[in-house]
Write a protein that binds this ligand. Structure first.
Ligand code: SAH
Ligand code: SF4
Ligand code: F3S
Length: 475
Protein backbone atom coordinates (compact mmCIF):
# COMPACT_ATOMS: atom_id res chain seq x y z
CA UNK A 1 0.00 0.00 0.00
CA UNK A 2 2.81 2.38 0.87
CA UNK A 3 4.04 2.48 -2.68
CA UNK A 4 0.66 3.54 -3.96
CA UNK A 5 0.19 5.99 -1.13
CA UNK A 6 3.42 7.69 -2.11
CA UNK A 7 2.39 8.19 -5.66
CA UNK A 8 -1.25 9.06 -5.89
CA UNK A 9 -4.67 7.84 -5.08
CA UNK A 10 -6.58 6.20 -7.76
CA UNK A 11 -10.29 6.26 -7.45
CA UNK A 12 -11.47 4.08 -10.30
CA UNK A 13 -10.08 0.82 -11.68
CA UNK A 14 -9.87 2.51 -15.09
CA UNK A 15 -7.82 5.38 -13.73
CA UNK A 16 -5.60 2.96 -11.87
CA UNK A 17 -4.92 1.20 -15.09
CA UNK A 18 -4.22 4.45 -16.87
CA UNK A 19 -1.80 5.86 -14.33
CA UNK A 20 -0.12 2.98 -12.57
CA UNK A 21 0.81 0.83 -15.52
CA UNK A 22 2.95 1.93 -18.40
CA UNK A 23 1.30 2.05 -21.81
CA UNK A 24 2.48 -0.38 -24.38
CA UNK A 25 2.51 -0.07 -28.16
CA UNK A 26 0.16 -2.19 -30.26
CA UNK A 27 0.66 -4.94 -32.81
CA UNK A 28 0.81 -3.58 -36.30
CA UNK A 29 0.33 -5.97 -39.20
CA UNK A 30 3.51 -5.80 -41.23
CA UNK A 31 5.51 -8.56 -42.84
CA UNK A 32 9.29 -8.37 -43.00
CA UNK A 33 9.56 -5.11 -41.07
CA UNK A 34 11.69 -4.55 -38.03
CA UNK A 35 9.74 -4.43 -34.78
CA UNK A 36 9.53 -1.55 -32.33
CA UNK A 37 8.17 -1.93 -28.80
CA UNK A 38 7.41 1.31 -26.88
CA UNK A 39 6.55 1.44 -23.20
CA UNK A 40 5.43 4.84 -21.94
CA UNK A 41 5.48 6.16 -18.38
CA UNK A 42 4.34 9.41 -16.77
CA UNK A 43 1.76 11.90 -18.01
CA UNK A 44 -0.50 12.24 -21.03
CA UNK A 45 2.12 14.39 -22.74
CA UNK A 46 4.44 11.40 -22.76
CA UNK A 47 1.71 9.08 -24.09
CA UNK A 48 1.03 11.61 -26.80
CA UNK A 49 4.76 11.88 -27.62
CA UNK A 50 5.02 8.11 -28.04
CA UNK A 51 2.44 8.43 -30.82
CA UNK A 52 4.75 10.92 -32.56
CA UNK A 53 7.72 8.57 -32.08
CA UNK A 54 5.71 5.68 -33.56
CA UNK A 55 4.93 7.86 -36.60
CA UNK A 56 8.58 8.86 -37.08
CA UNK A 57 9.67 5.23 -36.78
CA UNK A 58 7.04 4.02 -39.22
CA UNK A 59 8.61 6.28 -41.83
CA UNK A 60 11.94 4.68 -40.98
CA UNK A 61 10.53 1.23 -41.76
CA UNK A 62 9.57 -0.07 -38.32
CA UNK A 63 6.23 -1.58 -37.26
CA UNK A 64 5.08 -1.53 -33.62
CA UNK A 65 4.59 -4.61 -31.46
CA UNK A 66 2.96 -5.16 -28.07
CA UNK A 67 5.51 -7.82 -27.06
CA UNK A 68 8.98 -6.83 -25.87
CA UNK A 69 10.23 -10.35 -26.64
CA UNK A 70 9.52 -9.87 -30.34
CA UNK A 71 11.16 -6.48 -30.66
CA UNK A 72 14.35 -5.51 -32.48
CA UNK A 73 14.15 -2.11 -30.83
CA UNK A 74 12.78 -1.22 -27.37
CA UNK A 75 12.00 2.33 -26.30
CA UNK A 76 11.11 3.32 -22.75
CA UNK A 77 9.51 6.77 -22.77
CA UNK A 78 10.29 7.85 -19.23
CA UNK A 79 9.11 10.22 -16.50
CA UNK A 80 11.24 12.09 -13.95
CA UNK A 81 8.58 13.87 -11.92
CA UNK A 82 9.20 11.96 -8.66
CA UNK A 83 11.96 9.63 -7.56
CA UNK A 84 9.68 6.58 -7.64
CA UNK A 85 8.87 7.26 -11.31
CA UNK A 86 12.58 6.89 -12.08
CA UNK A 87 12.99 3.82 -9.87
CA UNK A 88 10.20 2.10 -11.78
CA UNK A 89 12.13 2.57 -15.03
CA UNK A 90 15.42 1.41 -13.50
CA UNK A 91 13.72 -1.80 -12.35
CA UNK A 92 12.27 -2.31 -15.79
CA UNK A 93 15.76 -1.99 -17.31
CA UNK A 94 16.93 -4.79 -15.01
CA UNK A 95 14.17 -7.03 -16.38
CA UNK A 96 15.09 -6.14 -19.95
CA UNK A 97 18.67 -7.22 -19.25
CA UNK A 98 17.70 -10.89 -19.50
CA UNK A 99 16.17 -10.21 -22.88
CA UNK A 100 19.30 -8.44 -24.11
CA UNK A 101 21.49 -11.34 -22.94
CA UNK A 102 19.43 -13.70 -25.09
CA UNK A 103 19.44 -11.30 -28.03
CA UNK A 104 22.60 -9.14 -28.05
CA UNK A 105 21.60 -7.27 -31.23
CA UNK A 106 18.56 -5.81 -29.42
CA UNK A 107 18.71 -1.98 -29.31
CA UNK A 108 17.39 -0.24 -26.15
CA UNK A 109 16.53 3.46 -26.14
CA UNK A 110 15.59 5.76 -23.28
CA UNK A 111 13.32 8.63 -24.31
CA UNK A 112 11.46 11.35 -22.45
CA UNK A 113 12.03 13.27 -19.25
CA UNK A 114 14.34 10.93 -17.36
CA UNK A 115 16.53 10.68 -20.46
CA UNK A 116 16.66 14.47 -20.68
CA UNK A 117 17.40 14.87 -16.96
CA UNK A 118 20.23 12.34 -16.77
CA UNK A 119 21.64 12.68 -20.31
CA UNK A 120 24.90 10.72 -20.85
CA UNK A 121 24.95 9.77 -17.17
CA UNK A 122 22.29 7.21 -18.09
CA UNK A 123 24.74 5.48 -20.43
CA UNK A 124 27.30 5.25 -17.63
CA UNK A 125 24.80 4.02 -15.05
CA UNK A 126 22.75 1.64 -17.19
CA UNK A 127 24.94 -0.44 -19.46
CA UNK A 128 21.96 -1.87 -21.34
CA UNK A 129 21.02 1.54 -22.77
CA UNK A 130 22.15 2.28 -26.34
CA UNK A 131 20.21 5.46 -27.12
CA UNK A 132 19.33 8.52 -25.03
CA UNK A 133 16.85 10.93 -26.66
CA UNK A 134 15.14 13.90 -25.01
CA UNK A 135 11.59 15.12 -25.77
CA UNK A 136 12.67 17.53 -28.52
CA UNK A 137 14.90 15.03 -30.35
CA UNK A 138 12.30 12.65 -31.76
CA UNK A 139 12.80 13.60 -35.41
CA UNK A 140 16.39 12.52 -34.99
CA UNK A 141 15.56 9.07 -33.64
CA UNK A 142 15.96 7.07 -36.90
CA UNK A 143 19.51 8.42 -37.17
CA UNK A 144 20.24 7.54 -33.55
CA UNK A 145 18.90 4.02 -34.15
CA UNK A 146 21.17 3.62 -37.19
CA UNK A 147 24.14 4.65 -35.08
CA UNK A 148 23.18 2.23 -32.32
CA UNK A 149 22.77 -0.60 -34.82
CA UNK A 150 26.45 -0.28 -35.64
CA UNK A 151 27.25 -0.83 -31.97
CA UNK A 152 27.80 2.80 -30.93
CA UNK A 153 26.01 4.69 -28.18
CA UNK A 154 23.82 7.52 -29.55
CA UNK A 155 22.62 10.63 -27.71
CA UNK A 156 20.50 13.68 -28.53
CA UNK A 157 19.22 15.71 -25.58
CA UNK A 158 19.09 19.07 -27.34
CA UNK A 159 16.08 21.13 -26.20
CA UNK A 160 14.47 23.31 -28.82
CA UNK A 161 12.62 26.63 -28.62
CA UNK A 162 10.49 25.87 -31.69
CA UNK A 163 9.84 22.15 -32.01
CA UNK A 164 6.12 21.26 -31.72
CA UNK A 165 5.99 18.30 -34.15
CA UNK A 166 3.03 20.13 -35.70
CA UNK A 167 3.44 18.45 -39.09
CA UNK A 168 3.72 14.87 -37.82
CA UNK A 169 0.47 12.92 -37.84
CA UNK A 170 0.61 10.75 -34.69
CA UNK A 171 -0.04 7.02 -34.87
CA UNK A 172 -2.68 6.40 -32.21
CA UNK A 173 -1.44 3.83 -29.73
CA UNK A 174 -3.66 2.13 -27.11
CA UNK A 175 -6.56 3.84 -28.71
CA UNK A 176 -10.18 2.90 -28.05
CA UNK A 177 -10.96 4.63 -31.35
CA UNK A 178 -13.20 7.10 -29.50
CA UNK A 179 -10.98 9.42 -27.44
CA UNK A 180 -7.63 10.97 -28.41
CA UNK A 181 -5.08 13.49 -27.17
CA UNK A 182 -3.89 16.51 -29.12
CA UNK A 183 -0.71 18.21 -27.94
CA UNK A 184 -1.19 21.97 -28.27
CA UNK A 185 2.03 23.17 -26.68
CA UNK A 186 5.29 21.88 -25.24
CA UNK A 187 7.57 22.78 -22.35
CA UNK A 188 6.89 25.04 -19.39
CA UNK A 189 8.15 28.48 -18.32
CA UNK A 190 6.71 28.49 -14.84
CA UNK A 191 9.54 27.31 -12.63
CA UNK A 192 7.47 25.97 -9.74
CA UNK A 193 10.27 25.34 -7.26
CA UNK A 194 9.57 21.60 -6.77
CA UNK A 195 9.22 20.72 -10.44
CA UNK A 196 11.63 19.13 -12.87
CA UNK A 197 9.50 19.69 -16.00
CA UNK A 198 11.08 23.02 -17.10
CA UNK A 199 14.45 21.22 -17.15
CA UNK A 200 13.24 18.10 -18.92
CA UNK A 201 10.92 19.70 -21.47
CA UNK A 202 12.45 23.09 -21.98
CA UNK A 203 10.85 26.42 -22.82
CA UNK A 204 7.15 26.81 -23.44
CA UNK A 205 6.04 27.02 -27.07
CA UNK A 206 2.61 26.87 -28.68
CA UNK A 207 1.76 24.83 -31.73
CA UNK A 208 0.27 26.29 -34.92
CA UNK A 209 -3.48 26.70 -34.28
CA UNK A 210 -4.42 25.58 -37.79
CA UNK A 211 -2.54 22.30 -37.41
CA UNK A 212 -4.41 21.66 -34.16
CA UNK A 213 -7.80 22.26 -35.80
CA UNK A 214 -6.79 20.06 -38.76
CA UNK A 215 -5.81 17.25 -36.39
CA UNK A 216 -9.22 17.51 -34.68
CA UNK A 217 -10.96 17.42 -38.09
CA UNK A 218 -9.00 14.33 -39.07
CA UNK A 219 -9.94 12.61 -35.81
CA UNK A 220 -13.62 13.34 -36.48
CA UNK A 221 -13.25 11.94 -39.99
CA UNK A 222 -11.70 8.81 -38.45
CA UNK A 223 -14.69 8.35 -36.14
CA UNK A 224 -13.28 9.81 -32.92
CA UNK A 225 -15.75 11.47 -30.55
CA UNK A 226 -13.57 13.17 -27.95
CA UNK A 227 -10.30 15.10 -27.92
CA UNK A 228 -8.24 16.29 -24.97
CA UNK A 229 -6.05 19.33 -25.66
CA UNK A 230 -2.79 18.87 -23.79
CA UNK A 231 -0.22 21.23 -22.33
CA UNK A 232 1.49 21.82 -18.98
CA UNK A 233 -0.33 25.14 -18.77
CA UNK A 234 -2.97 25.36 -21.50
CA UNK A 235 -4.16 28.79 -20.38
CA UNK A 236 -0.92 30.35 -21.54
CA UNK A 237 -1.37 28.98 -25.08
CA UNK A 238 -0.44 31.82 -27.44
CA UNK A 239 0.14 31.53 -31.16
CA UNK A 240 0.74 34.20 -33.79
CA UNK A 241 0.74 33.46 -37.51
CA UNK A 242 3.99 33.98 -39.45
CA UNK A 243 2.75 37.23 -41.03
CA UNK A 244 1.68 38.50 -37.60
CA UNK A 245 -1.95 38.99 -38.65
CA UNK A 246 -3.54 36.31 -36.53
CA UNK A 247 -3.37 35.91 -32.75
CA UNK A 248 -4.89 32.90 -31.03
CA UNK A 249 -5.13 32.53 -27.25
CA UNK A 250 -6.49 29.51 -25.43
CA UNK A 251 -10.11 30.70 -25.29
CA UNK A 252 -10.09 31.21 -29.06
CA UNK A 253 -8.40 27.89 -29.75
CA UNK A 254 -10.95 26.11 -27.57
CA UNK A 255 -13.74 27.77 -29.53
CA UNK A 256 -12.23 26.76 -32.89
CA UNK A 257 -11.84 23.15 -31.82
CA UNK A 258 -15.39 23.10 -30.39
CA UNK A 259 -16.65 24.34 -33.76
CA UNK A 260 -15.07 21.42 -35.63
CA UNK A 261 -18.16 19.31 -34.88
CA UNK A 262 -20.97 19.46 -32.31
CA UNK A 263 -20.54 15.67 -32.02
CA UNK A 264 -16.94 16.07 -30.86
CA UNK A 265 -16.41 16.45 -27.14
CA UNK A 266 -13.56 18.73 -26.17
CA UNK A 267 -11.54 18.44 -22.95
CA UNK A 268 -8.28 20.06 -21.91
CA UNK A 269 -5.54 19.73 -19.32
CA UNK A 270 -3.81 21.28 -17.37
CA UNK A 271 -5.17 24.65 -16.27
CA UNK A 272 -2.98 26.87 -14.12
CA UNK A 273 -4.79 28.89 -11.44
CA UNK A 274 -2.69 31.96 -12.22
CA UNK A 275 -3.66 31.98 -15.91
CA UNK A 276 -7.19 30.59 -16.33
CA UNK A 277 -9.42 33.46 -17.49
CA UNK A 278 -13.13 34.28 -17.41
CA UNK A 279 -12.88 34.21 -21.21
CA UNK A 280 -12.06 30.51 -21.11
CA UNK A 281 -14.90 29.86 -18.64
CA UNK A 282 -17.39 31.78 -20.83
CA UNK A 283 -16.26 29.83 -23.91
CA UNK A 284 -16.86 26.62 -21.98
CA UNK A 285 -20.34 27.81 -21.04
CA UNK A 286 -21.12 28.79 -24.64
CA UNK A 287 -20.43 25.38 -26.23
CA UNK A 288 -22.37 22.32 -25.15
CA UNK A 289 -19.59 20.05 -26.46
CA UNK A 290 -16.85 21.57 -24.29
CA UNK A 291 -16.90 19.36 -21.20
CA UNK A 292 -17.67 21.07 -17.92
CA UNK A 293 -14.66 19.79 -16.10
CA UNK A 294 -11.51 21.62 -15.02
CA UNK A 295 -8.31 20.15 -13.65
CA UNK A 296 -6.97 23.00 -11.51
CA UNK A 297 -3.92 21.86 -9.50
CA UNK A 298 -3.59 23.70 -6.19
CA UNK A 299 -0.45 21.98 -4.77
CA UNK A 300 -1.15 23.48 -1.32
CA UNK A 301 -3.85 25.42 0.50
CA UNK A 302 -1.42 27.60 2.39
CA UNK A 303 -0.16 30.92 1.06
CA UNK A 304 3.31 30.72 2.61
CA UNK A 305 3.89 27.28 1.10
CA UNK A 306 2.51 28.41 -2.27
CA UNK A 307 5.03 31.23 -2.21
CA UNK A 308 7.90 28.84 -1.47
CA UNK A 309 6.61 26.68 -4.31
CA UNK A 310 6.72 29.75 -6.59
CA UNK A 311 3.19 29.05 -7.79
CA UNK A 312 2.64 32.86 -8.03
CA UNK A 313 -0.89 32.76 -6.56
CA UNK A 314 -2.02 32.56 -2.97
CA UNK A 315 -4.92 30.83 -1.22
CA UNK A 316 -7.30 33.76 -1.74
CA UNK A 317 -6.54 33.96 -5.45
CA UNK A 318 -7.18 30.23 -5.83
CA UNK A 319 -10.46 30.48 -3.91
CA UNK A 320 -11.54 33.34 -6.13
CA UNK A 321 -10.88 31.15 -9.21
CA UNK A 322 -13.06 28.39 -7.72
CA UNK A 323 -15.78 31.00 -7.14
CA UNK A 324 -15.57 32.18 -10.78
CA UNK A 325 -15.90 28.60 -12.02
CA UNK A 326 -18.99 28.03 -9.88
CA UNK A 327 -20.46 31.42 -10.88
CA UNK A 328 -19.99 30.96 -14.64
CA UNK A 329 -20.33 27.19 -15.04
CA UNK A 330 -22.53 26.32 -12.09
CA UNK A 331 -22.37 23.96 -9.18
CA UNK A 332 -22.20 20.85 -11.38
CA UNK A 333 -18.93 21.72 -13.11
CA UNK A 334 -16.38 19.05 -12.21
CA UNK A 335 -13.18 20.26 -10.57
CA UNK A 336 -10.11 18.20 -9.73
CA UNK A 337 -6.75 19.03 -8.18
CA UNK A 338 -3.14 18.01 -7.68
CA UNK A 339 -1.85 18.32 -4.14
CA UNK A 340 1.60 17.81 -2.62
CA UNK A 341 2.00 16.85 1.05
CA UNK A 342 5.04 17.65 3.16
CA UNK A 343 6.72 20.28 1.01
CA UNK A 344 9.83 21.84 2.62
CA UNK A 345 9.10 23.34 6.05
CA UNK A 346 5.32 22.69 5.91
CA UNK A 347 3.83 22.77 9.42
CA UNK A 348 0.78 20.87 10.72
CA UNK A 349 -1.25 24.06 10.62
CA UNK A 350 -0.23 24.73 7.01
CA UNK A 351 -1.14 21.16 6.11
CA UNK A 352 -4.59 21.76 7.63
CA UNK A 353 -4.97 24.74 5.27
CA UNK A 354 -4.71 22.24 2.43
CA UNK A 355 -7.55 20.21 3.95
CA UNK A 356 -9.78 23.26 4.44
CA UNK A 357 -9.12 24.42 0.88
CA UNK A 358 -10.24 21.00 -0.33
CA UNK A 359 -13.43 21.30 1.73
CA UNK A 360 -14.06 24.72 0.23
CA UNK A 361 -13.49 23.62 -3.36
CA UNK A 362 -15.48 20.38 -2.96
CA UNK A 363 -13.29 18.65 -5.50
CA UNK A 364 -14.65 15.77 -7.52
CA UNK A 365 -11.31 14.10 -7.86
CA UNK A 366 -7.63 14.49 -7.00
CA UNK A 367 -4.11 13.41 -7.80
CA UNK A 368 -2.17 13.47 -4.56
CA UNK A 369 1.54 13.09 -3.92
CA UNK A 370 4.14 13.14 -1.17
CA UNK A 371 6.86 15.69 -1.93
CA UNK A 372 9.85 14.12 -3.64
CA UNK A 373 12.93 16.32 -3.92
CA UNK A 374 14.26 16.54 -7.47
CA UNK A 375 17.95 17.28 -7.97
CA UNK A 376 18.70 20.63 -9.57
CA UNK A 377 15.29 22.21 -8.94
CA UNK A 378 15.10 25.56 -7.08
CA UNK A 379 13.56 23.83 -4.04
CA UNK A 380 16.40 21.31 -3.90
CA UNK A 381 18.93 24.15 -4.04
CA UNK A 382 17.25 26.55 -1.62
CA UNK A 383 15.17 24.61 0.92
CA UNK A 384 15.74 21.64 3.18
CA UNK A 385 13.58 18.60 2.49
CA UNK A 386 12.87 18.55 6.21
CA UNK A 387 9.43 17.02 6.68
CA UNK A 388 10.07 13.43 7.80
CA UNK A 389 8.97 10.72 5.39
CA UNK A 390 6.39 9.24 7.76
CA UNK A 391 4.88 12.69 8.38
CA UNK A 392 4.59 13.30 4.61
CA UNK A 393 2.81 9.97 4.25
CA UNK A 394 0.48 10.59 7.17
CA UNK A 395 -0.50 14.00 5.76
CA UNK A 396 -0.91 12.46 2.33
CA UNK A 397 -3.22 9.82 3.74
CA UNK A 398 -5.32 12.52 5.40
CA UNK A 399 -5.59 14.33 2.08
CA UNK A 400 -6.55 11.10 0.34
CA UNK A 401 -9.16 10.17 2.96
CA UNK A 402 -10.73 13.62 2.67
CA UNK A 403 -10.78 13.36 -1.12
CA UNK A 404 -12.55 10.00 -0.92
CA UNK A 405 -15.23 11.59 1.24
CA UNK A 406 -15.59 14.61 -1.08
CA UNK A 407 -15.71 12.41 -4.18
CA UNK A 408 -18.47 10.33 -2.64
CA UNK A 409 -20.46 13.44 -1.67
CA UNK A 410 -20.04 14.96 -5.14
CA UNK A 411 -21.11 11.69 -6.76
CA UNK A 412 -24.13 11.35 -4.48
CA UNK A 413 -25.33 14.77 -5.70
CA UNK A 414 -25.74 13.28 -9.17
CA UNK A 415 -28.19 10.56 -8.12
CA UNK A 416 -31.46 11.16 -9.95
CA UNK A 417 -29.84 13.35 -12.62
CA UNK A 418 -29.98 12.40 -16.30
CA UNK A 419 -26.51 12.71 -17.82
CA UNK A 420 -25.05 12.48 -21.29
CA UNK A 421 -22.46 9.71 -21.48
CA UNK A 422 -20.04 8.87 -24.29
CA UNK A 423 -19.71 5.09 -24.37
CA UNK A 424 -16.04 4.03 -24.28
CA UNK A 425 -16.46 0.25 -24.11
CA UNK A 426 -17.42 -2.73 -21.99
CA UNK A 427 -17.14 -2.37 -18.24
CA UNK A 428 -14.03 -3.95 -16.72
CA UNK A 429 -16.16 -5.82 -14.18
CA UNK A 430 -18.94 -7.26 -16.33
CA UNK A 431 -19.38 -8.06 -20.01
CA UNK A 432 -23.09 -7.26 -19.60
CA UNK A 433 -22.35 -3.63 -18.80
CA UNK A 434 -20.94 -0.69 -20.70
CA UNK A 435 -18.98 2.24 -19.35
CA UNK A 436 -18.29 5.76 -20.46
CA UNK A 437 -17.64 9.22 -19.08
CA UNK A 438 -20.07 11.98 -18.33
CA UNK A 439 -19.33 15.64 -18.93
CA UNK A 440 -17.52 15.91 -15.60
CA UNK A 441 -15.15 13.10 -16.59
CA UNK A 442 -16.75 10.60 -14.19
CA UNK A 443 -17.01 6.97 -15.16
CA UNK A 444 -20.62 5.79 -15.50
CA UNK A 445 -21.56 2.09 -15.71
CA UNK A 446 -24.91 0.89 -17.07
CA UNK A 447 -26.55 -2.20 -18.64
CA UNK A 448 -25.53 -2.93 -22.19
CA UNK A 449 -28.80 -3.17 -24.14
CA UNK A 450 -28.03 -2.85 -27.89
CA UNK A 451 -25.73 0.07 -27.44
CA UNK A 452 -22.20 0.36 -28.76
CA UNK A 453 -19.03 2.23 -28.01
CA UNK A 454 -18.80 5.65 -29.59
CA UNK A 455 -22.50 6.39 -29.07
CA UNK A 456 -23.83 9.12 -26.80
CA UNK A 457 -26.54 7.96 -24.38
CA UNK A 458 -28.64 9.59 -21.71
CA UNK A 459 -28.24 7.78 -18.40
CA UNK A 460 -30.25 8.34 -15.21
CA UNK A 461 -27.86 7.98 -12.27
CA UNK A 462 -29.24 5.58 -9.67
CA UNK A 463 -26.28 4.70 -7.45
CA UNK A 464 -22.62 5.52 -6.86
CA UNK A 465 -19.39 4.89 -5.00
CA UNK A 466 -16.59 7.42 -4.53
CA UNK A 467 -15.17 6.12 -7.81
CA UNK A 468 -18.02 5.28 -10.17
CA UNK A 469 -21.60 6.22 -11.02
CA UNK A 470 -24.19 3.61 -11.96
CA UNK A 471 -27.33 4.20 -13.89
CA UNK A 472 -29.95 3.15 -16.39
CA UNK A 473 -30.33 4.29 -19.95
CA UNK A 474 -33.31 6.56 -20.64
CA UNK A 475 -34.86 6.86 -24.11
N1 SAH B 1 1.71 21.42 -15.24
C1 SAH B 1 0.97 20.87 -14.20
C2 SAH B 1 1.63 19.77 -13.44
C3 SAH B 1 2.49 18.75 -14.10
S1 SAH B 1 3.31 17.64 -13.02
C4 SAH B 1 0.65 21.97 -13.20
O1 SAH B 1 1.31 22.97 -13.15
O2 SAH B 1 -0.21 21.78 -12.40
C5 SAH B 1 1.95 16.82 -12.26
C6 SAH B 1 1.90 16.94 -10.79
O3 SAH B 1 2.95 16.25 -10.17
C7 SAH B 1 2.02 18.35 -10.24
O4 SAH B 1 0.84 19.06 -10.33
C8 SAH B 1 2.43 18.10 -8.81
O5 SAH B 1 1.31 17.96 -7.97
C9 SAH B 1 3.17 16.79 -8.89
N2 SAH B 1 4.61 16.99 -8.68
C10 SAH B 1 5.46 17.68 -9.47
N3 SAH B 1 6.70 17.68 -8.93
C11 SAH B 1 6.63 16.97 -7.78
C12 SAH B 1 7.57 16.63 -6.77
N4 SAH B 1 8.84 17.03 -6.84
N5 SAH B 1 7.15 15.87 -5.72
C13 SAH B 1 5.85 15.47 -5.64
N6 SAH B 1 4.93 15.78 -6.56
C14 SAH B 1 5.30 16.53 -7.62
FE1 SF4 C 1 5.88 22.00 -13.28
FE2 SF4 C 1 4.80 24.25 -12.47
FE3 SF4 C 1 5.29 23.88 -15.06
FE4 SF4 C 1 3.36 22.51 -13.87
S1 SF4 C 1 3.40 24.74 -14.16
S2 SF4 C 1 4.90 21.71 -15.25
S3 SF4 C 1 4.16 22.17 -11.84
S4 SF4 C 1 6.81 24.07 -13.43
FE1 F3S D 1 5.20 14.20 -17.80
FE2 F3S D 1 6.76 12.99 -16.10
FE3 F3S D 1 7.80 14.47 -17.98
S1 F3S D 1 4.85 13.95 -15.63
S2 F3S D 1 6.28 16.00 -18.46
S3 F3S D 1 6.61 12.59 -18.24
S4 F3S D 1 8.49 14.37 -15.90
Amino acid sequence: MERIAETLTILTPEDKEATDLPRVSEDELAVGKKRLYIESYGCQMNFSDSEIVAAVMRNAGFATTSTADEADLIFLNTCAIRDNAEQKVRNRLKQLNTLKKRKPELVVGMLGCMAERLKTKLLEEEKIVDIVAGPDAYRDIPKLVEEAETGQKAVNVFLSREETYADIAPIRLNSNGITAFISIMRGCDNMCSFCVVPYTRGRERSRDAHSIVREAEQLVADGYKEVTLLGQNVDSYKWTSADGSEHVNFALLLERVAQVSPELRVRFSTSHPKDITDDVLHTMAKYENICKYIHLPAQSGNSRILKLMNRTYDRDWYIQKIDRIRAILGEDCGISHDMISGFCSETEEEHRDTLTLMEYARYDYGYMFAYSERPGTPAAKKYADDVPHDVKLRRLNEIIALQQKLSLERNQRTIGQVQKVLIEGTSKRSAEELCGRNDQNKMVVFPKGDLQKGQYVLVRITDCTAATLRGEVVA
